[in-house]
Design a protein around this ligand. Structure first.
Ligand code: AP5
Ligand code: MG
Ligand code: ZN
Length: 220
């Protein structure tokens, strides 16, 4: 299966991807994480992406598409991918469909995590991420046991540089203008699975997994 996790900044894509990855055995491919990794390695791609990310703007389509096509051409992606944060524009969606078709695959399900705007901003403002293992916490909803230290691995927690209120607001505007239209597009194709992302994390996971098994039954 190839699955897309679609939703606004802060909707819980990364959080749910971690669980779904284990449940489905699919490989988690997150465009934002790939850019942040490139930046840590000091590559040209990382520097270029940073100049857009810090403004809350989208990295140009051709750059993102090239990076994702390269990533999914690797052997670990051959039996299916869990896409997080990609596609985000209609050109990206078409490019992905085209690329998957070349492998005889298609987008099987698009999980749309629906969350009200006010909640999104609070989630973004409170997010802390572990430098070592990538686990996420939230200062408002579920803080780590020790301040700035990861419960899982003892790593340092940091706040993403694009998680300031001003940049987060702009990321939401960009999402409404450029990514929201994809919801109607996938709904028309019949691949959209709408999930109430405002529930507690484990309830979101349960709803998602139940929805996915419904889809798998229909495919049989
Ligand atoms: P990206 O890294 O993809 O960020 P995003 O889409 O803005 O999404 P986030 O990672 O902020 O949110 P999330 O949905 O993963 O939420 P999370 O699970 O962490 O992109 C960053 C930038 O990279 C973009 O702005 C752009 O510049 C560039 N980029 C990336 N992809 C691109 C593309 N395809 N094209 C062009 N440019 C691209 O959860 C958030 C917080 O809420 C956490 O603290 C979490 O613990 C908490 N939380 C999660 N679920 C719940 C819940 N149910 N209840 C309470 N709290 C919860
Ligand atoms: Mg994320
Ligand atoms: Zn950690």
């Amino acid at each position: 299966m190839d699955i897309i996790l679609l939703g606004a900044p802060g909707a819980g894509k990364g959080t749910q991807a971690k669980v779904l990855e284990e449940h489905t055995g699919l490989v988690h491919v997150a465009s934002g994480d790939l850019f942040r990794a490139a930046l840590r390695q000091g590559t040209e791609l990382g520097m270029l992406a940073k100049s857009y990310m810090d403004r809350g703007a989208l990295v140009p389509d051709e750059v993102v598409i090239r990076m994702i096509i390269e990533r999914i051409s690797r052997p670990d992606c051959s039996s299916g991918v869990l896409f997080d944060g990609f596609p985000r524009t209609s050109d990206q969606a078409r490019a992905l469909e085209h690329e998957l078709a070349a492998y005889g695959r298609r987008i099987d399900v698009v999980i749309y995590l629906k969350v009200p705007d006010a909640v999104l901003l609070r989630r973004i403002a409170g997010r802390q991420t572990c430098k070592t293992c990538g686990s996420t916490y939230n200062m408002y909803y579920f803080p780590s046991k020790r301040l700035d230290v990861c419960d899982e691995c003892g790593g340092r927690l940091y706040q993403r540089s694009d998680d300031t209120m001003e940049t987060a607001r702009h990321r939401l505007e960009v999402y409404f203008a450029q990514t929201m239209p994809l919801i109607a597009y996938f709904r028309e194709q019949g691949s959209l699975l709408e999930i109430d992302g405002q529930q507690e994390i484990s309830l979101v996971t349960d709803t998602m997994i139940r929805g996915l098994s419904g889809v798998a039954t229909r495919h049989r």
